[in-house]
Ligand binder design. Structure first.
Ligand code: NAI
Length: 313
């Protein structure tokens, strides 16, 4: 098997000063990529800033003979996001890969979530990912090549208590992936989303009961709930070799899987008038029936799938 390399390619990894992002940056650099190591350097809540986190990862890459430069801008600020991509262009002349990994965490039950928590989580995760990827998309379109990865979460796609704002922002990655995937396809740009799970400072925010479950499952997985067990899928997804687009993947403890969003065949109401509420109640089991499940690949595709079922009635 030929090894997967990134020579002459430039990667931007946001939030790469620790946790998951650090392992992505190190692996990409080890495989020849020049890496922009972005990190705001604040605390887990997203407050504060500093240069030491990004600097230490850059130092690791340089010590191993790789190419890297640090950037300390916040992804949550659109000018900062532009500056992150500009750093790649100024230092290395192009941008081929963007891994949107930067993130903060503020857990609170729904009725305890403050406006500031909601704004902060949405600014960093949702707006931040869009700002950085938008800035890169322009250059990727011009060069006819790009790989973008968004970082979602099982909290966003499957749910988790105390994370309403975080989960909503993370579910937004699915929307970003769908539209970047559709608009990028004709320009050689592939976009996907990852749901990772690994021990990092973020996992420390779990409540004690979840932490206990996490520890027990980690033991079952042979203590493989670590960032380096996530990295192989991430690096493959942003490689030239990977043709996947507009897809969602889960990586946990060395188990890699695709996440699918399906549409049941559903129940078709009368054509001559809208169904009554009672009709819907009477056919709710048909609406829920998962015997036939389609996976529409766009809004129009959903309409075409419905039309196919209508014609078959
Ligand atoms: P981490 O806290 O170790 O890493 C996040 C990094 O992002 C930090 O180094 C932080 O300084 C940086 N950052 C925060 N706000 C920033 C901003 N505005 N601009 C630039 N950098 C900023 O956490 P971890 O676990 O490595 O998380 C990485 C990503 O994976 C996050 O997006 C997180 O939401 C996601 N994730 C992690 C899971 C896990 O199990 N660790 C589960 C699901 C998703």
């Amino acid at each position: 098997m030929t090894s997967i390399r990134f020579d002459q390619q430039v990667a931007v990894v946001t939030g790469a000063g620790g946790g998951l992002g650090r392992t992505y940056a190190l692996e990409l650099a080890a495989r020849g990529a020049a890496v922009v190591v972005n990190d705001l350097g604040g605390n887990i809540s997203g407050d504060g800033a500093g240069t030491s986190m990004a600097d230490s990862v850059v130092a690791e890459i340089l010590a191993a003979g790789g190419k890297a430069v640090a950037n300390y801008d916040s992804v949550a600020d659109s000018k900062g996001a532009d500056a992150i991509i500009q750093t790649a262009l100024d230092k290395f002349g192009r941008v081929d890969i963007v891994i949107n990994n930067a993130g903060n965490l503020r857990n609170a039950y729904i009725d305890k979530l403050s406006d500031d928590d909601i704004d902060s989580l949405h600014s960093v995760h949702l707006k931040g990912s869009l700002y950085v990827s938008r800035a890169a998309f322009h250059h990727m379109k011009q060069q006819g090549y790009g790989r973008i990865l968004f970082t979602s979460s099982a909290a966003g796609v499957f749910g988790n208590p105390e994370q309403a704002a975080y989960a909503a922002a993370k579910a937004g990655m699915v929307g970003l992936t769908n539209v970047f995937g559709i608009e990028g396809e004709a320009h050689g740009i592939k976009t996907n989303t990852l749901l990772p799970m690994a021990a990092s400072r973020m996992a420390e925010k779990m409540d004690p009961a979840q932490l206990q479950q996490f520890a027990e499952l980690n033991a079952t997985f042979g203590n493989a709930l670590t960032p380096d067990y996530i990295t192989p899928l991430v690096v493959y997804l942003v490689s030239r070799e990977c043709e996947a687009n507009k897809s969602i993947y889960s990586a946990v403890a060395g188990r890699f899987a695709k996440v699918v969003i399906g549409l049941t065949k559903g129940w078709l109401g009368p054509r001559d008038a809208p169904a009554s509420v009672e009709d819907v109640a009477a056919h709710f089991a048909d609406i829920e029936d998962q015997t036939v499940v389609d996976e529409p690949c766009s809004l129009v595709d959903e309409l075409q799938i419905i039309a196919k079922h209508v014609r078959a009635e």
